[in-house]
Ligand binder design. Structure first.
Ligand code: BES
Ligand code: MN
Ligand code: ZN
Length: 496
């Protein structure tokens, strides 16, 4: 989406979008609009500014001659503002084919402006990956969005506009990664995506194939890949900022299971959803792309152990004992608890080679987290209440909600194995999200600032924009906003 900034109302294009909040004074605002644009008065009492309410008005003036009111609702949050604009521009995608203006009275803070621009950018997403008929390009991809700002030199607002676009572009990439089926998004294709993104935005990407992974000793990861036709890819991406020596060191690990059949413990219903089992990978790869684009002063390393989980004569069996990168042995109870095996090697490799100050893993890990929280929040686990609170607060702001679940010491008892250091499934069918988190924690070497985000319920959802479930890019903005907060905190510490 291309934008330009207009400071003179007279320079607006013919069509104008006006987001409107719902509150006591909405009527006054509408009255002033009526005067300003010579509009008939009837609409003032009709339009309330309710969330996603829209109204088209015709003016006698030339620029603009057509005005679209878009309701934001009462005290709109980031996500409400984003979704109101996204929904509007998505529904109108075939109606417009010229430049359009955006009035910003109700987008007066940089954050509200970012939300609106992000929503408009996201509205251009085209999921028709393999439709043979080509679809008409979205008007915002072929025409300018002209944003009316009163102040000419508002660098914070210009930054917010850029952030909204940059985030949306990366989120759309994350949508594609999740929406692509496993025959098209093989582990090597996911790795190639990272390599290309790294080249484009300036971060380094190393990809370890099967042989290299074996040499590194990534045995739990390779155990999951054993039955697969497709080569595994252990992806290590590193973004080094200019201030490398003083930058906070952060590590993200994402579950990159490109398809999860369950293995020998084969899944039945809903297996087609399992093309989304690399939603964690999409989140962390999106996050590093956006971090590099925004050139954040953070030394960020991202690891994605990418493989699918298949059925074959070579497949790992329930009862097999496997090795792992950490040297700890694992008794396989259920081959469908495969994500934690890949994460075990991912986090252990990260800690050994990169020693991050903060370590966050993101994974579509358990159906249990969905049973606990539904589709409304990701499950959060952390060794640090400070980190947990920070992530929760950021998620409330960006609309990527997290809810904390416990990591009680007792859960480790559920994972005791007679024959190995740990088993990959709890002994009882309860607290499955917590025992999965505990399993991952076992490989973190008691990292004091570790968090685990189980995003099984929120990475792939029903949406207004698709007939079936689709990728949500959950985690991309959350992780980057978390990093931005970290920069603020660490520079405050320095100056204190
Ligand atoms: N990828 C699934 C978790 C999942 C379920 C993600 C539904 C998205 C939607 C994971 O690998 C899995 O199979 N988990 C099992 C674990 C069980 C066998 C211990 C689950 O949660 O049912
Ligand atoms: Mn599974
Ligand atoms: Zn899985």
């Amino acid at each position: 989406m291309k934008v330009s900034i207009v400071t003179d109302r007279k320079a607006l294009p013919q069509e104008l979008i006006i987001p409107v909040e719902q509150h006591d004074k909405t009527g006054h605002f509408l009255t002033s609009l009526a005067t300003q644009f010579e509009l008939p008065n009837g609409f003032i009492t009709d339009f309330k500014g309710k969330y996603k309410e829209t109204l088209v008005l015709y003016s006698n003036q030339k620029n603009p001659s057509k005005i679209y009111l878009v309701g934001l609702g009462k005290k709109p949050s980031f996500i409400k503002t984003r979704e109101a604009l996204r929904s509007f521009a998505f529904q109108k995608k075939d109606k417009f084919d010229q430049s359009i203006g955006l009035e910003t009275t109700y987008l007066s803070t940089p954050l509200a402006l970012e939300a609106a621009i992000n929503g408009l950018e996201l509205s251009t997403y085209n999921i028709h990956l393999f439709h043979s008929k080509t679809v008409k390009p979205h008007f915002l991809t072929t025409n300018n969005l002209e944003i009316l700002l009163n102040e000419e030199n508002n660098s914070l607002k210009k930054e917010a506009i850029q952030k909204g676009i940059a985030t949306g572009e990366t989120q759309k990439q994350a949508f594609d990664l999740v929406n692509l089926d496993a025959a098209h998004l093989k582990p090597t294709a996911l790795a190639n995506w990272a390599v290309q993104s790294g080249k484009k935005y300036g971060y380094e990407v190393k990809v370890f194939d099967k042989t290299a992974s074996a040499q590194l000793g990534l045995k739990a990861f390779l155990a999951v890949n054993r039955a697969s036709e497709f080569a595994p890819a252990f992806i290590v991406a590193e973004y080094r900022p200019k201030n490398l020596s003083t930058a906070p060191k952060v590590g993200f690990v994402g579950k990159g299971v490109t398809f999860d059949t369950g293995g020998l413990n084969i899944k039945t219903a809903g297996m087609h959803f399992m093309k989304s089992d690399m939603g964690g990978a999409a989140a962390v790869l999106g996050a590093i792309e956006l971090t590099a684009k925004l050139q954040l002063p953070i030394h960020l390393t991202v690891i994605v152990p990418a493989t699918d989980n298949c059925v074959d004569a070579l497949a790992i069996r329930p009862s097999d004992v496997i090795d792992s990168f950490s040297g700890k042995t694992i008794e396989i109870i259920d081959t469908d608890a495969e994500g934690r095996l890949t994460l075990a090697d991912g986090v252990a490799y990260m800690i050994k080679n990169y020693q991050p100050d903060v370590l966050i893993d993101v994974a579509t890990l358990t159906g249990s987290s969905i049973r606990a929280l539904g589709y409304h929040a990701g499950a959060l686990f952390s060794s640090s209440s400070e980190l947990a609170n920070e992530l929760k607060a950021v998620g409330e702001r960006t609309g990527e909600r997290l809810w904390e679940l416990p990591l009680y010491e007792e859960f480790i008892n559920e994972l005791k194995s007679d024959v190995a250091d740990i088993r990959n499934l709890g002994t009882r069918p309860m607290a499955g999200a917590s025992t999965a988190a505990k399993f991952v924690q076992f490989f973190t070497d008691n990292h004091p600032k570790w968090a685990h985000l189980d995003i099984a319920g929120v990475a792939f959802s029903d949406s207004e924009y698709t007939k079936q479930k689709a990728g949500t890019a959950f985690g991309v903005n959350l992780l980057v906003e978390y990093l931005k907060g970290l920069i603020k905190n660490s520079s405050q510490e320095e100056s204190a």
